[in-house]
Ligand binder design. Sequence first.
Ligand code: ACO
Length: 330
Amino acid sequence: MSALRTDSPQALRSVVVGTGSSLPAQVVTNAALTERVDTSDAWIVQRTGIRQRHIADASETTSVLGTRAARAALDDAGLTGDDIDLVICATSTPDHTFPATATQIQAALGIHQGAAFDLQAVCAGFVFAVSTADKFLTTGSARRALVIGAETFSRIVDWEDRTTCVLFGDGAGAVVLEARADAGDRGVLCASLRSDGRHREKLYVDGGPGSTGTTGRLRMEGREVFRFAVGQVTDVIADAFAQAGLTADDLDWFVPHQANRRIIEASADKLGIPREKIVLTVDRHGNTSAASIPLALDVARRDGRIQPGHLVMIEAIGGGFSWGAALIRW
Ligand code: ACO
């Protein structure tokens, strides 16, 4: 699925006006994990680039982390909950099967207008959510959206399985998107989204309300995921560049899903994106699934790398498989 932006001067565009993020206080280093499973700091760093992850305590549910990130994004934008009429939370680890985690974030922020719903595309959830919010905003269906990625993967990881438990962490990130008619060339330029459910067995959770009646645990064929992530995902990136009439040379920042340093660098190399244009935060928080891109965006914006006018690509692949890329003129 792709969406080409019109260039009419009156056309509404979805502009990023604020970012925020939140990580639980508890840090678990690679060394600490060696007390739990047969692994080593050297193995984890060499294969993934991950040095530590943040793990939520019992009180820190996905909505709690999501609310903190959303509040930080609202503060950054100089807005309050009264200004928001759409809340989308990308998550695979909702507080409850229902209601939507987005509604709990909405309530915690005192937002009583507009719609709130969750979006499930696993690690690609934030890209799908940005693209979805963009459609609400550019059609005039909403004026300002909170787009959140929030996860507590520590609750679905099998802590006995060294092949997966070392990879994941908890966290949340958020952006505020605003519909503007005077944005010039700023805003979400385009997105390209794909899914192919035939790959279910390569990355899934072995439970759910409609099957086992349990939450289940994450299962993954790591090598297959790696191969697909590097080999196939470039189609959405190429499509996004083609839609926008831009190339990798035009890019200021590549902000991919923070799953694994080797996947990220191999993808960038294949696309001709120089390493210095990659925003890499996976070392500090591991794979936080749908939260990883807004976490990385918030870091790079607050440390001054991402500036107004910069061209930013976000890109991710997750279970399903589902994958996508979007180009944003900041
Ligand atoms: N510590 C030490 N040794 C380990 C660990 C560990 N945590 N995990 C596996 N090993 C061992 C294996 O048992 C195997 O041992 P053996 O040779 O004696 O059988 C050896 O290390 C090599 O295992 P491989 O699975 O071949 O290792 P690989 O180089 O493929 O690295 C990894 C594994 C890091 C999971 C890699 O496949 C990968 O990055 N895959 C992508 C997975 C990913 O990022 N998923 C995130 C979710 S999807 C997404 O967000 C895109």
